[in-house]
Ligand binder design. Sequence first.
Ligand SMILES: [Zn+2]
Length: 77
Amino acid sequence: MTETSESPKKVKAGEKVGPGKYVCIDCGREIHIDEVDKDLAKCPSCACEIYNCFPMTHMRPDIKTPEDAKHPPERKK
Ligand SMILES: [Zn+2]
């Protein structure tokens, strides 16, 4: 089995997945989730339940949690 660190994690509908982008492995439909406790729903296009997971990676370095992303801490001078 060859598993690289670049291959996206797979997640299943019904899980609490956290903020990020989720791409249906079947039809490629993208689902964006920006809430912490939102359940991932089945794909609206094909009802597939498996998604490739692309967590948010463009956060500022001083933002470590999804809560911080919603309420960014003020930058220190
Ligand atoms: Zn789909």
